[in-house]
Design a protein around this ligand. Structure first.
Ligand SMILES: [Fe+2]
Ligand SMILES: [Fe+2]
Length: 287
């Protein structure tokens, strides 16, 4: 049987050491706005990544493709590490601990209760229905992983940011996470396709997930900017556009175009990003 995983490298779980003790909210020294836009990645990440892991764990017993199974296990380990890394930053950034608890609770509710194993807290008893819900969640994880792969490629190539005066440890975390997202970007798509050939389900999952993550990201950025004690101010579109023009945050057009590409039924995650670039970065990082 031909594996649904085409890449030849084996995905490696890593746990690089970080020291966030000197990290601060405004880690792009001359740009608190771009810092805060990118800071949303820390509170927004842990809950969905735990949900990816839980969904994959439930799907593993159904996977016959051994190469895919091994890739999925490595994926779970990588996502667990990412979730832990961002949780460490959340503890360091007092704004998250002190002011974003309701936001974190909302994320927990969405990913643990609303679209977790028991949708809206309802325990599914019918086996067919249970399996269909699992396939739906795999479709949603695949759509979310399309976004993370695209963002991973962006951060690996964020040269302008790299050349700016930045606090390097937080940037290292973003690039490590981004590189691993590129490294494992075909796994969620393969997991979904191994259990479902429904293009309708794949499309519907993305129609739900893309706006969900966009709204959660915007909501998180609003809250961080509003609660920032050193530089409190409302989030304004023109500030985002300025930061995007300077290549300090991903451009909306780039994200929109990437989102549209996903709706091609034949879309392959491997047409996004560059595996070799990601692996070279991870090697150089020494993780
Ligand atoms: Fe991740
Ligand atoms: Fe991922």
């Amino acid at each position: 049987m031909k594996s649904l995983i085409s890449e030849t490298h084996s995905i490696t779980p890593r746990r690089p050491a970080f020291d966030f003790s000197k990290s601060s909210l405004h880690w792009i020294k001359d740009d608190p706005i771009a810092s805060n836009i990118l800071n949303v990645i820390h509170p927004i990440t842990p809950a969905p990544e735990r949900w990816f892991c839980q969904t994959f764990r439930e799907a593993l017993p159904y996977i016959q493709d051994e190469k895919l199974k091994q890739a999925a296990i490595a994926f779970i380990k990588q996502e667990a590490s990412h979730s832990y890394g961002h949780t460490l930053v959340n503890r360091q950034l007092h704004i998250v601990e002190q002011h974003l608890q309701d936001y974190l609770k909302l994320l927990d509710w969405i990913f643990d209760d609303m679209i977790g194993s028991n949708p809206l807290g309802i325990k599914l008893k019918n086996e067919k229905l249970k399996k269909h819900w699992l396939k739906t969640r795999l479709g949603m994880v695949a759509a979310a992983e399309h976004i993370t792969g695209v963002l991973g490629h962006w951060v690996l190539n964020a040269e302008t940011l790299e050349k700016s005066a930045i606090e390097i440890e937080l940037f290292r975390l973003l690039q490590w996470h981004g590189a691993e997202e590129v490294e494992h970007r075909e796994v969620a798509d393969a997991m979904f396709r191994s259990m479902s050939n429904s293009i309708t389900l794949r499309t519907a999952s993305a129609v739900f997930i893309f706006p969900l993550f966009s709204i959660l990201a915007i909501l998180g950025i609003y809250q961080i900017m509003e609660k920032d004690t050193e530089f409190p101010q409302p989030f304004k579109i023109r500030d985002y556009l300025r930061a995007a023009r300077q290549d300090r945050v991903p451009k909306a057009q780039m994200l929109l175009k990437a989102g549209m590409r996903y709706f091609n039924p034949k879309h392959s995650p491997l047409t996004e990003g560059n595996t070799q670039q990601a692996l070279n970065f991870l090697k150089k990082m020494g993780s």
